[in-house]
Design a protein around this ligand. Structure first.
Ligand code: SAH
Length: 344
């Protein structure tokens, strides 16, 4: 019976070493192969010229070497670049490269669609189809690593389509390669996972021994307000979420970032500011305020700049360090919450 071939990028370094061992090759070949895959940007086994032809042929017969297929690409007038990738089964996901004066960040998707149905986000509108594999996650990053021009790729945010912690195993597998010196070599502190609040997985992540930045989409100041916008809150209420965040902070020594969407008259109100002050009292955290980016299916409004600044000032007075996130790539629908998944 034919075994379904797995992609070379599905193998962790250790798995590659043990595969090489099985086929009678020395372990140092794994270093060479990882270098080709993650540092030199090879796209075919035949480019791995320091391996014997016999080994290259063997790899090609045992393993797949998939490449990211680009279906569409847009560049914003602020130089943000959005790429729509088509996966082998015709699922499509979006990835964004965000250059700034000092760094280049890639915003990565982890699922084709999303199950969580937040009532302001485009990514969940078409439902959820499947998890991305570790190879599909890595391919988005490798493509953007080649595309980054002024600054080399330095930061990653798992803030694209999908809920990263709902695809936990593939996410961690990819992160181990991203984080490894032999792999893409991006430090854990330059990697941010954003979650809508999947409490058991936040606790699990705290125990991985990785100092990854955690961003938590809070978007409400109480169960009442959060239930309306984020159905996930019915399963994992806000007090459990805050407790898990504290646990994460203690285990990793990292400060949690809360993301908080600013919707006119809904989340950007005096009452919400007061409740947030109470909810986060004494907690080591910062707050990233995200102005609502329009999604045609919802009829929310973005507050005025004055309203947003005054909300931020109220939080600061209550002892919460808050900044307003500048939207990037809005003209090409690549700002927060505007990414979609589509099938051809
Ligand atoms: N599922 C993860 C990853 C998505 S990250 C999460 O929920 O955190 C994308 C961030 O953009 C999240 O904070 C999300 O809540 C926010 N977002 C979603 N829709 C938005 C919109 N229309 N305007 C601004 N931010 C939005």
């Amino acid at each position: 019976m034919d075994k379904i071939k797995s992609d070379i990028r599905e193998l962790s370094f250790e798995e590659l070493v043990s595969y090489l061992n099985e086929i009678g090759e020395p372990a140092y070949r794994a270093n060479q192969i990882f270098e080709w895959l993650y540092q030199k940007g090879a796209s075919r086994f035949n480019q791995m010229t320091n391996l014997s032809q016999a080994l290259r042929d063997r790899l090609a017969s045992d393993l797949l070497f998939s490449e990211a297929v680009v279906a569409h690409e847009d560049v914003s007038n602020d130089q943000t670049r959005k790429v729509l990738f088509e996966l082998q089964d015709k699922e499509r996901v979006e990835t964004v490269l965000i250059p700034t004066k000092t760094r280049a960040t890639v915003c990565v998707s982890t699922q084709a669609g999303c199950k969580f149905g937040c009532r302001f986000c485009a990514s969940g509108i078409g439902g959820w189809n499947r998890n991305l594999t570790a190879a599909e996650i890595l391919n988005q990053i490798l493509y953007m690593k080649k595309a980054a021009s002024v600054h080399p790729l330095s930061h990653l945010v798992f803030m694209g389509v999908g809920e990263p912690l709902d695809n936990y195993d593939n996410l961690i597998k990819a992160i181990r390669v991203i984080n490894s010196k032999k792999g893409i070599n991006i430090g854990a502190r330059r990697i941010t996972i954003s979650t809508c609040g999947v409490v058991p997985k936040i606790k699990k992540l705290a125990q991985e021994g990785l100092q990854i930045e955690l961003a938590v989409s809070l978007h409400g100041s109480s169960n009442e307000s959060r239930n309306v916008l984020m159905p996930v809150n019915k399963k994992y209420p806000v007090d459990e979420l805050i407790a898990a965040c504290k646990e994460y902070g203690q285990a990793t020594k990292r400060q949690i970032t809360f993301e908080y969407i600013l919707i006119k008259g809904v989340t950007c109100t005096d009452q919400a500011a007061k409740e947030l002050g109470h909810l986060l009292k004494g907690m080591l955290c910062k707050m990233n305020l995200i102005p609502y980016n329009p999604v045609s299916e919802f009829d929310h409004k973005t507050p005025t700049s004055e309203e947003m600044v005054s909300f931020r000032d109220r939080l600061e007075k209550l002892g919460i360090h808050a900044t307003i996130r500048t939207p990037r790539g809005k003209d090409i629908n690549s700002a927060c919450g505007q990414l979609r998944h589509s099938v051809k």
